[in-house]
Design a protein around this ligand. Structure first.
Ligand code: NAD
Length: 470
């Protein structure tokens, strides 16, 4: 059976990076191989009483660390190969950002745009029950999260189903991340992937030498950015690029068309317009382009594909005019597409680094669920008292009172969200620096090869430490 294009691309990226590794062939095969898959078909009742048989998958790619971790995708084009490729990317992603998990992914073959709430819930709960039946879910086994077509709502149903079927589990909510806050979720998880995309782009753009190498001045401010996909990742990436980075979002591409505005779009207003009307069309102050995908080829500084895989291939790569392609989605640029972009001097920020913010914050949520206490509970008041002491000392030394609005800001205790976001920021900076070091010090062709090589070596080292390959 011919393997999917996405799967082939991930394999080729792996093989190219592995050719720079000193690890033995057997070890490389183990790092590359998907360790377990569960392919299932189950009946779900439609709202009209009819039965539909749903096909779904869960792939656990690597057991070098447990639990395995990865999102659950609702999409008509889900396949076993796609799920395995995404699970593999999760293993490499976790290794890059220092999250001690193996990689996994789930896919359910349904169209997320055409599901009633009731059907959605029944599918999600039944899928969870199937995973429990085969031991493919659990706080120490495999921990899902949101992905394309799913959100905190589905994660809440998974947690609830698990909790009720696993009565003796000490930390049942640690079986899934990306949950609603009221079900032991963590503040900041919803925006984590998109915010991480912004932090990753910002970190790269602060490198003066690398930026000048591609003909751009350092810094995010004023850069013209086009984003494909206004879902969880695309919306938050665009929002933070605009709000914090002061970039101009000159284009937003969705399934029904695109918006183009050379002076920049108000991302929040576009999002609300689409939510309220169901389409980008009719948004005031921007040109609506019915052939939305044509905007992928428009002139801009950064193109951020944040929808699905295989969006930039050998077919359209020769026409891409961005200076940087920032892979917010998983696998949006295929192997041949990347070769062409590279020949044309277009820099690529790879998915396995750039969208790792989601799994990073998921890790914090899992830790919090295991500990049974939120991160700020133990520190917040203590930190506030220390800050009050510093402000009072300052006042007594200067003989002047600190103005009230400044005092209020200075003496705040740290919130759980502040801690999560600072740790995410730090993770994206630190991981980029490590990939950059491998890229330059080992003379590798591009950042993706460097990111793959770094993760291959970390996973191989972990297997070796565990004595799997003594
Ligand atoms: P989502 O379902 O919230 O949003 C996806 C959006 O893309 C939707 O609005 C959809 O209409 C749009 N879309 C679909 N096809 C399109 C097309 N051809 N052109 C333009 N827009 C299109 O999904 P998401 O969670 O934002 O995930 C997007 C990508 O990011 C996926 O590749 C996913 O694997 C990856 N990702 C997600 C997370 C996460 O935390 N959610 C983490 C890491 C990676």
């Amino acid at each position: 059976m011919a393997r999917g294009k996405f799967f082939q691309s991930v394999s080729k990226y792996f093989d190219r990076a592995a050719s720079y590794s000193a690890a033995k062939p057997g070890m490389l095969r183990q790092v590359k191989t998907c360790n377990a898959v569960y392919r299932m078909r189950f009946p779900v009742r439609e709202d009209n009483g009819e039965i539909t048989v749903v096909e779904a998958f869960r792939a656990e790619h690597s057991f070098h660390r447990l639990p395995t971790k990865g999102g659950i995708r609702f999409s008509r084009r889900v396949s076993l190969d796609e799920t395995i490729a995404l699970a593999a990317l999760m293993s490499y992603k976790c290794a890059i950002v220092g999250v001690p998990f193996g990689g996994a992914k789930g896919g359910i073959m349904v169209d997320p745009a055409n599901l009633s709430l009731g059907f959605r819930e029944r599918v999600t709960r039944r899928y969870t029950a199937e995973l429990i039946r085969k031991n493919f879910i659990g706080p120490d086994i495999d921990v899902p999260a949101p992905d394309y077509g799913t959100s905190e709502r589905e994660m809440g149903w998974i947690a609830d189903t698990y909790k009720n079927l696993r009565m003796n589990e000490p930390h049942p909510y640690a079986c899934v991340t990306g949950k609603p806050l009221g079900m032991q979720g963590i503040p900041g998880r919803k925006e984590a992937t998109g915010l991480g995309v912004y932090y990753g782009i910002r970190t790269f753009m602060e490198q003066s030498e690398d930026m000048r190498g591609i003909g751009l001045e350092p810094g995010v401010a004023g850069k013209r950015i086009i984003v494909q996909g206004l879902g969880n990742v695309g919306y938050h990436a665009a929002y933070f690029l605009q709000k914090q980075g002061k970039a101009l979002i000159t284009g937003i591409i969705e399934q029904e068309g695109a918006l183009h505005a050379k002076d920049g779009l108000d991302v929040e207003a576009v999002f609300k317009h689409r939510r309220d009307t169901g389409s980008l069309e009719g948004f005031a102050g921007a040109e609506f382009v019915a052939q939305g995908q044509s905007l992928l080829e428009a002139d801009c500084d950064v193109l951020v594909p944040a929808a699905l895989e295989d969006q930039i291939t050998a077919e359209n790569a020769p026409r891409i005019r961005a200076r940087i392609v920032a892979e917010a989605a998983n696998g949006p640029v295929d192997f041949d597409g990347q070769s062409i972009l590279q020949e044309r001097g277009i820099l690529l920020l790879p998915d396995l680094y750039l969208n790792a913010g989601g799994v990073t914050v998921s890790y914090f949520e899992w830790l919090k669920n295991r500990a049974g206490v939120s991160f700020d509970r133990m520190f917040s008041r203590h930190e506030q008292l220390n800050k009050i002491l510093i402000v009072e000392t300052l006042e007594s030394l200067t003989g002047k009172p600190v103005p009230e609005p400044i005092r209020k800001e200075l003496v705040q205790g740290v919130s759980e969200k502040d801690m999560v976001i600072a740790a995410l920021d730090q993770t994206m900076i630190h991981s980029y620096n490590q990939i950059h070091h491998v890229w330059k010090s080992r003379g590798l062709p591009d950042l993706r090869t460097a990111a793959f090589l770094l993760s291959i070596e970390r996973i191989a080292e972990s297997y070796a430490q565990h004595g799997i390959f003594p």
